[in-house]
Design a binder for this molecule. Structure first.
Ligand code: 5RP
Length: 227
């Protein structure tokens, strides 16, 4: 069996043109994309990269690629990122790593936001397999937990704590992370706004109507779909 993530990354690198400014998220698919870009002399010497994650930034630098901090940029040609799950409209759930806030900032800067991944992540409709991850200002933690419990009485709401096995406990921005496991998802347009409007919430991990394309690798090959 082919490595589907590698196949998706091979298709993704073909979208990058010399001299572009490219944003990258994180994960194993993005790691393949870094390696492929570094192996292409023209891209490696002319493209400027930025990333939403420290891990990918370090990998870009280690591979000799030009990296700039997101704070120095206001526009990207393309932002590529993986996700946990995405639907036909290219809405995506992300962020085991708790870095969705910077990911969303980079996605919003980009002319194109392309999701890349294997076909296992593609679903007709987002479901409750993954939590909605919420980044919360420390001072607002208790009131946000209270508001979430009141607004979503059927959801399981877990503040990430130090003995947890997977995922960051504190975000790269020094904020708290809360995982919300819904019994059922609200309509996504409603969920997107309702959570975002709670004071103290910096950002949540539903990427609603943001991606422009998805590159999906399956056993029958790679396809690109548009939002
Ligand atoms: C981070 C993410 C990652 O992009 C996603 O988990 C990466 O997956 P993979 O390792 O399969 O490429 O959503 O917020």
């Amino acid at each position: 069996m082919n490595d589907l993530k590698l196949e998706a990354a091979k298709a993704a690198v073909k979208f990058i043109k010399p001299h572009q400014i490219i944003g990258l998220g994180t994960g194993s698919t993005i790691a393949h994309l870094v390696t492929l870009a570094a192996a292409d002399d023209e891209l490696a010497t002319s493209v400027t990269f930025t990333s939403s994650s420290f891990k990918t930034t370090a990998m870009l630098a280690k591979n000799g690629l030009r990296v700039m901090a997101p704070a120095l940029l206001s526009r990207l040609d393309i932002y590529f990122d993986g996700c946990d799950q995405f639907d036909k409209q290219l809405n995506a759930l992300k962020s085991g790593g708790g870095i969705h806030t910077t990911e969303k900032i980079l996605a919003s800067m980009a002319d194109e936001f392309m999701l890349i991944g294997d076909a296992g992540k593609y679903t007709d409709k987002l479901d409750t397999t993954y939590p909605l991850v919420i980044e919360v200002l420390p001072a607002a933690l208790q009131i946000v937990l209270k508001r979430l419990a009141a607004d979503f009485p059927d959801a399981q709401i877990n503040q990430r704590i130090s003995n947890q096995k997977d995922g960051a406990v504190i975000s790269d921005n020094g904020n708290m992370l809360v995982d919300v496991f819904f019994a059922e998802l609200l309509p996504l347009d409603e969920l997107n706004i309702k959570v975002k409007m709670i004071p103290g919430i910096v950002e949540h991990s539903l990427f609603y109507a943001m991606a422009t394309k998805a590159i999906i690798a399956g056993e029958n090959g790679v396809r690109v779909i548009e939002a």
